[in-house]
Design a binder for this molecule. Structure first.
Ligand SMILES: [Zn+2]
Ligand SMILES: [Zn+2]
Length: 286
């Protein structure tokens, strides 16, 4: 079994090599941006950037071990339930990336609309700063959950390894859009996810909340009614600022808040609301 899985990874080894190099370029760009900001006198809070780097290092260690294993095992366990047998050809790569992007849209939307999912995704949104290192500020817990949203691709018939690569493409694409240094990009706005579109996504202003969920394509947001163009300047962060750059506080503040709300709940239905309702849900006045 192990041999078979290894051989299947080898078959797409070229993809992993390319993604690795692209990832490296993004890291170089992120470091260059920090240096540039220091030299030009823009004074981003170094504590926030430092927190992003610590969170990224721990997350990367988890992704390369336990979470990577969970993802691979889950996708391969779903394979026997595949409805179709989609071959790996150039067109199926296009379809796989498209399917991963659509899966990502819904995963991301639910991560904003269901509080227990928001408890980890809010990590990515909790910084009042917005630079390339923000892209790497991803919750330590997300790898425990996110594989679930990509099982439908394998059940539909995409190869598990192809599915995994497609997910990586969708995630890696989103690195470069975490910057304030690129303005609006003409006709690409509303088609692709751009720095401008993603600044809106990170906005805590009323008009910008819960907008622009797409990974690569903004077309999903246009289709499902969640697109918002960047108009007024964006206030980055979450509606209730954290005021902490401690990676532990950043990672676990919302799950602690949910636990506290549940402990104070009077009814079971209130607990359901606190866990599965929208972030900010409160029991109706009685
Ligand atoms: Zn988000
Ligand atoms: Zn982001």
């Amino acid at each position: 079994m192990e041999m078979v899985v290894e051989a299947r990874f080898d078959a797409v080894g070229g993809w992993f090599a390319v993604l690795g190099w692209v990832g490296l370029v993004f890291i170089v760009l992120a470091v260059a941006e920090i240096v540039w900001d220091r030299l030009t006198g823009a004074r981003p809070k170094l504590a926030e950037t430092g927190a992003n780097i610590v969170i990224a290092a721990v997350g990367e260690a988890l992704n390369r071990t336990a979470y990577g294993l969970i993802f691979v095992v889950a996708l391969f366990l779903a394979e026997p339930f595949a409805l179709l047998d989609i071959p790996m050809t150039w067109w199926s790569w296009l379809l796989a990336i498209l399917a991963a992007d659509l899966s990502y849209y819904w995963m991301h939307r639910w991560e904003h609309e269901v509080r227990v999912l928001w408890s980890y995704h809010s990590v990515h949104h909790s910084s009042p700063e917005f630079n390339l290192t923000t892209a790497y500020r991803l919750a330590w817990a997300e790898g425990l959950v996110e594989w679930v949203f990509f099982l439908p691709m394998v059940v539909l018939g995409f190869d598990p390894v192809q599915t995994l690569v497609a997910i990586l493409v969708v995630v890696l694409y989103q690195t470069w859009i975490h910057t304030t240094k690129v303005g609006r990009l003409g006709w690409l706005e509303g088609v692709l996810n751009t720095p401008s579109a993603h600044r809106v996504h990170h906005g805590s202003d009323d008009r910008y909340l819960d907008r622009n969920y797409g990974g690569i394509l903004m077309l999903w947001d246009r289709m499902f009614g969640t697109y918002q163009a960047e108009e007024d300047p964006v206030t980055f962060g979450i509606t209730q600022p954290l005021n902490s750059a401690n990676p532990l506080v950043i990672n676990f503040h919302e799950i602690v808040a949910i636990a506290r709300d549940c402990l104070g709940a009077r009814r079971l239905s209130d607990i359901a609301g606190y866990v599965f309702g929208r972030p900010g849900w409160r029991p109706p006045e009685r």
